[in-house]
Design a protein. Structure first.
Length: 433
């Protein structure tokens, strides 16, 4: 006789409720990472599931599993995590199949909210993940998943416990966008015309198309032209948005709204890759903070500038990786591999040179836009944004520690700098469509 059956007989009630079973799953998940087999047996005993396997998933168990996943995701949202963040961290800590399972649970959780109760970026992340219900509306997700995968109740329990254990173990992160249902989503955005607004989709589509062409061509000069045009469009768009604020309020009274984005980096060479994100952020009036244990970069800045950093960094990481692999491996005089030190130095050098060129390009674009409005009213707006970003970073990350990245391979350093020179980022250069 199971635990719940004994309790039911003692209390003469119809049995455990869905919330009680979900709580039992969450409790067992708390021990899962220490002893998976024990946790599954414990959960099976509490839920009256035969430990020998072959038991079908009951509707009650499926609904409880759904609720346990939804509750765990709700905790993640309150702790600052977003849908793509959860998928990214689970595919690193768990496996692709486990991350895909949780995407279905994210679809269950998101169905509890109206679209109007979700931030636009939240909705885009759901679309990016494909977090939509593929199962019948009258069926719990976990029951439908078990049928599709042809697994029994014990296997489902193991999958649910593993997912909930990882979700409960995620550390708190700064809340960068309000989760679904938050009161802030219904509040009007303060500030001027450009404050907190989304980037014009037409501009963003044109930029992405140019970057795709730059990444696909095998001719450096052609890639240079496409990338330069993309950088020109992004930088001018951001500065012109700032000029709108300057002209709307010459006294500089428009409040600055900062935004945040997360960029996930893949192994290997996380430190030099984080340097690349950092220099791109700095050149675009943003700050980037690296969580080394997660491989996660958080970029803080004005909304338009953070999106520029995300788009530009994604392309540069592709170009850097391609150039690094094309440079090949290295061995020393004794025939021992020095490929790792070469590639580490390559990426550090690449990041430094890209930062130099981006800074030069941004200064040129800023000068051109400042001259176009005639009286220097842009500069106070940019200064206010810089101050707001610095204050926001101090608020979200009060205990930052600066770290250095070592370079030990002169050949890699030289090759990285040469590769960065091929990705010319001169926004003053005109490129005809």
């Amino acid at each position: 006789m199971s635990f719940w059956e004994r309790q039911r007989q003692a209390r003469r009630d119809p049995g455990p409720s869905v919330p009680e079973l979900a709580a039992a799953l969450a409790s067992a998940a708390g021990r899962y990472l220490d002893g998976p087999d024990w946790a599954v047996r414990q959960a099976a005993r509490l839920l009256g599931v035969g430990a020998g396997g072959g038991v079908q998933v009951s509707p009650l168990l499926a609904r409880a599993a759904d609720l346990a996943l939804v509750d765990a995701l709700g905790r993640c949202w309150r702790y600052g995590w977003q849908p793509v963040d959860v998928w990214e961290v689970l595919r690193r800590r768990q496996h692709e199949a486990g991350a895909a399972f949780v995407v279905g649970a994210i679809a269950v959780e998101s169905a509890r909210h109206a679209e109007s109760a979700m931030h636009p970026r939240w909705r885009r992340q759901l679309a990016e993940l494909g977090a939509t219900a593929w199962w019948p509306p009258d069926s719990p997700y976990c029951a439908a998943w078990a049928r599709r995968e042809e697994v029994d109740a014990v296997v489902l329990l193991a999958v649910v416990l593993e997912a909930v254990a990882h979700l409960h173990g995620l550390p708190a992160q700064p809340v960068l966008i309000p989760p679904p249902g938050s009161p802030e989503l219904g509040a009007p955005a303060p500030g001027g015309a450009g404050a907190g607004a989304e980037v014009d989709p037409k501009v963003l589509a044109k930029v992405r198309a140019l970057l795709a062409k730059a990444e696909s061509t095998s001719f450096p000069e052609e890639a240079d032209a496409f990338f330069a045009k993309a950088q020109e469009l992004m930088t001018r768009y951001s500065l012109e948005r700032a000029a709108v604020d300057a002209l709307a309020d010459p006294g500089g009274g428009i409040p600055v709204r900062t935004a945040g984005r997360r960029i996930w980096l893949d192994n290997p060479y996380l430190s030099p890759k984080s340097m690349l994100v950092g220099v791109v952020a700095e050149a675009n009036r943003c700050r980037a903070v690296f969580a080394t244990e997660l491989g996660l970069m958080t970029v803080i800045g004005e909304e338009t500038d953070t999106e520029i950093v995300e788009v530009l960094t994604t392309s540069l990481l592709v170009q850097a990786g391609r150039a690094m692999l094309a440079a090949g491996g290295r061995v020393d005089r004794r025939g021992q591999s020095r490929t790792r030190s070469f590639r580490q130095s390559f990426l550090v050098s690449y990041a430094q040179r890209i930062g130099e060129r981006l800074t030069e390009a941004a200064a040129g674009a800023e000068s051109a836009v400042t001259e176009s409005i005639g009286d220097g009213r842009l500069l106070p707006v940019l200064a206010a944004r810089e101050l707001a970003v610095r204050q926001r970073v101090d608020e979200l990350f009060p205990h930052l520690v600066k770290r250095k990245v070592s370079v030990s391979n002169s050949a890699g350093w030289t090759a990285g700098r040469a590769a960065a020179d091929l990705a010319v980022l001169d926004v003053r250069r005109a490129v005809q469509n």
